[in-house]
Design a binder for this molecule. Sequence first.
Ligand code: ATP
Length: 240
Amino acid sequence: MLTLDAVTIRQDDFLLCAALQITAGARVAVIGPSGAGKSTLLGAIAGFVPLAEGRIIWANADISGQSPALRPISVLFQDNNLFPHLSAFDNVALGLRPSLRLTKTERAQVMAALDRVGLSGYEARRPAQLSGGQQSRVALARVVLQRKPLVLLDEPFSALGPALKAEMLQLVADICSETGATLLMVTHDISDARAIADQTILVADGVAEGPFETAHLLDNPPASLRAYIGASLSGPPDRR
Ligand SMILES: Nc1ncnc2c1ncn2[C@@H]1O[C@H](COP(=O)(O)OP(=O)(O)OP(=O)(O)O)[C@@H](O)[C@H]1O
C-alpha cells in the first residue's frame, strides 16, 4: 500500500494537498488540467519535490525522508531518460551500477532486460542511432532491471505516435503485471487511462483525489474534469 498521509506540497504560491491510498499492484492513471500539479505529485512521491507537511508511506515504512535513489521507486520522465554518449547497454546498466562496473551476473541481467523490451541486438547503439520507440524501450529496460515495486511514469511516451504509444503503454502494463509493481502514470490522454489503468487519481483545484474507478470517473466526470476532457464526454450534472 502506498499512502499519502495528509500531504501538502508548496512551490512558491502553488499548493497541492493529497490524502490517498493506493493498493500494491494497482495501475493508476493521474489526470487533471495542465498546471494542476500532476508532475509535482509524482515528483514528491519520488523524492524530488519536498513535502511541506505529511508523510509518504510505502509498505508500512515512512519513506518521506529518504533520498530519491533509496526509495523503492523507478521513474520515467518525458525527457532526459537517456544519456546520449552512452550505448543502450550502458544506459540500462546505469540503473544497476552508476559506476558501470558490472559483474558477469549483472551484465546478464542487463541483457535480459533489453531482451524483455525487444531490443536484443541493439546493445551497442547510442540513443541517436535508435528510433524514438526504441529509445523509449531502452528507458523502460532500465525500469525492468531496477525491479522497484513502484513505477512512476510522467508522460514518457508522449512524443511517440498513437500506435507506438499504445504499444509502449501495454508493454509497461505487462511488465508491471509480471513483477507485481504498482504503476502511477500521468497522462493527458484519457484513452490511455481507460486502456491500462483500472483506477484514476484526479488532480485539480489544489487537491489530488481518488483513486476512483477509471471508467466510472470518466463516464461521470466532475466539473473540474469535464472542462478538461471537453464536451466529447457527457455525464450527469456535477456530482460534487
Ligand atoms: N520548481 C518549481 N517552482 C515553483 N513552481 C513550480 C515549479 N515547478 C512547477 N511549478 C508550478 O507548480 C504547478 C504545478 O506544475 P506541474 O508541472 O506539476 O503541473 P502538471 O499538472 O504536471 O502540468 P502539465 O499537465 O502542464 O504538465 C504549476 O503552477 C507550476 O507553475
